[in-house]
Design a protein around this ligand. Structure first.
Ligand code: CP
Ligand code: NVA
Length: 313
């Protein structure tokens, strides 16, 4: 079997997402019932973090152990990655000793290069450009809360309207890729200067998103309202400028009120209450952020199983 990587959302096909979403549901059910699921005994995951993390670290590490495998954790500071060893050399060496690699880093070019020289599958645990594991978890969460009548998870996603309020960042780019592939629409509202860029987002169909200058207008009729921090990791020097530019892009109850009455609120976390979202919204009845965070683990277990073993059911 040729190696499959998961570096961008559109690295997998619609059919593969259908499988992964169903498989995630089964893996989650087994976890909740304390039923053993050990398809990855003797397999090792290397996790490379060049940026901070709570959810990604815990979900990949716990998920791998739950599947019978083990984990090696590396950071820039405690490995030769921080001392300028070429990425291709790191990839060649690490991928001879482990079965799968997850990387959180800065530029997408770094993870692409690592994958090019890796003997094993590489998963994007967040780059400046993309965060595919998070969107996979978000879509799985949507299928749980708003299942389609026939039970097909892809039908639960198709045709939906997702409002993106805030920065045109890695999360926004990945939402656009998902919308193009899985046939839904993203209503994007960002402050001027922080727009999404279709080329950078890696999409060719501009019809999968609509741009709104007013964030409330973007939320109108949405099935899901979502946002993210105003300043992503790596952009901390812009913090004060961004704080001023994004002031109007705080998801509040007025924005939620114009979305569909049963609209959900999601946030990849970590969140800053009072900045990109009010406490009332994130801690309110439409927010599903804790399930969303937990689901990172379930979908990533399905993803790792798939990249290593292919379709097993
Ligand atoms: N959402 C997310 O990726 O969280 P962490 O930065 O804590 O991993
Ligand atoms: N856009 C954020 C997501 C954090 C999970 C960042 O890149 O910092």
């Amino acid at each position: 079997m040729s190696i499959r990587h998961y570096l961008k959302f559109n690295d997998l096909s619609v059919r593969e997402y259908g499988y992964l979403l169903e498989r995630s549901a089964l893996i989650k059910r087994k976890f909740k019932q304390y039923e053993k699921h050990h398809p990855l005994v003797d397999r090792t995951l290397a996790m490379i973090f060049e940026k901070a993390s709570t959810r990604t670290r815990v979900s990949f590490e716990a998920g791998m152990y739950q599947m019978g495998g083990s984990v090696v954790h590396l950071t820039t500071g405690d490995s030769q990655l921080g001392r300028a060893e070429p990425i291709e050399d790191s990839a060649r060496v690490i991928s001879r000793m482990v079965d799968i690699v997850m990387i959180r880093t800065f530029g997408q070019d770094k993870i692409e290069k690592f994958a090019q020289f890796s003997r094993v599958p590489v998963i994007n645990g967040l780059t400046n450009e993309f965060h595919p594991c998070q969107i996979l978890a978000d879509l799985f969460t949507l299928t749980e809360y708003r299942p389609a009548p026939g039970g097909n998870p892809l039908d639960a996603i198709k045709g939906k309207v997702v409002a993106w309020v805030g920065d045109g960042n890695n999360m926004a780019n990945t939402w656009l890729q998902a919308a193009e592939l899985l046939d839904f629409t993203v209503h994007v509202s960002t402050p001027s200067g922080y727009e999404v860029d279709a080329q950078l987002a890696g999409i060719s169909n501009p019809g999968c998103y609509r741009v709104f200058s007013d964030p409330k207008a973007a939320c109108q009729g949405a099935d899901l309202v979502t946002t993210d921090v105003w300043t992503s990791m790596g952009y901390e020097a812009e913090n004060e400028v961004r704080r001023a530019a994004f002031r109007q892009w705080c998801v509040d109850t007025d924005m939620m009120a114009v979305a569909k009455p049963d609209a959900l609120f999601m946030h990849c976390l970590p969140a800053h209450r009072g900045e990109e979202v009010t406490a009332e919204v994130i801690d309110g009845p439409q927010s599903v952020v804790w399930d969303e965070a937990e689901n990172r683990m379930h979908v990533q277990k399905a993803l790792m199983e798939y990249l290593l073993l292919g379709q097993v059911a």
